[in-house]
Write a protein that binds this ligand. Sequence first.
Ligand SMILES: *Cc1c(COP(=O)(O)O)cnc(C)c1O
Length: 363
Amino acid sequence: MGTLMSNERPFTERIIRPEILAQTSYHVPNASNMVKLDAMENPYGLPDALKAQLGAHLAQVALNRYPVPSYRVLKQKICQQFGVPAGFDVILGNGSDELISMLSAACAKPGATVLAPIPTFVMYALSAQLAGVQFVGVPLQTDLSLDIPAMLEAIEQHRPSLLYLANPNNPTGSWIPEDQLIQLIHAMADIGLVVVDEAYQPFAPASMMSRLPEFANLIVMRTVSKLGLAGLRLGYMSASNSLLAEFDKVRPPYNVNVLTQAAMEFLLDHMLIFNEQAAQICLERSALVLALQKLPNVQVYPSAANFVLMRVPNAEQVFNRLVEHQILVKNVSKMHRLLNNCLRITVGTAAEIQLFIHALRDS
Ligand SMILES: *Cc1c(COP(=O)(O)O)cnc(C)c1O
């Protein structure tokens, strides 16, 4: 026992893959008693009557049974409610995080590459690394829009199996116009798959979902997290049936649990509430941007998502001052040089935004 203990570290290092040892685990700060503007959560919650109905519905669920892994009813409802084109199906994930892992696992041939503009959602790179796949990031331009010539060059050079395009992008909020998306999808046509990650679709001006039939190499990925159901952990993606059939082989058969399944089936009949909340969040986003534009020393970037990126003279100082006011935002300064002194602010309620602006003026 004693020898085991004293050798614990080297033993770990012998067994665990070096790329895992080198990683730090995903850090989530303690947010108790804080105004939470750090994680793109919907601030509104559900009306009490609906909560009670949902509770009664969930009480009927057979917790002793495994889920039926086809998830047929849930998928049909998702296809109907979220505009999946006729003849197309979806595959479900335990959050879109799991869908990203499934894509990495399915495409992780020796020598394969995953490409994405950077800075972007960190899970693309993380998941590629976990699957033993090379990740190549192409920096955005200084205005945080895509560098199309650099993207096209990287596609030619690396011939990636997967190209991720978060639209709108996290953490910048920037929107990729349709002509640029289509240019990249064409450039990838004989090379690999383009994953358009529409996690923020409820707050965005358009979607590629209806264009799926036009492009054999297009995958559209979404989640219900930012819509107001982050705790449910449910993501979905659509693509040609032949692609979905392959991804389904790497999906753990019971990956969506029965409570998530039942809750989502129920809530899909109440989408009006979520759509109204999303519309309200878009209104508050405009108010937040307007208030920030009035402040000296604050540069605000346009956003098509439920958060706003801003640049200040000293992000760490502003972040700490906000914490003193019990307001938690995300300091993304260290993510990439393009985000130097940037903070990402989730659009909260009108009252939360007022507290935030007040605290910001104070700092
Ligand atoms: C938040 C986010 C996701 C994660 O979604 P989950 O379904 O909660 O795992 C995916 N993509 C982007 C770009 C995001 O910002």
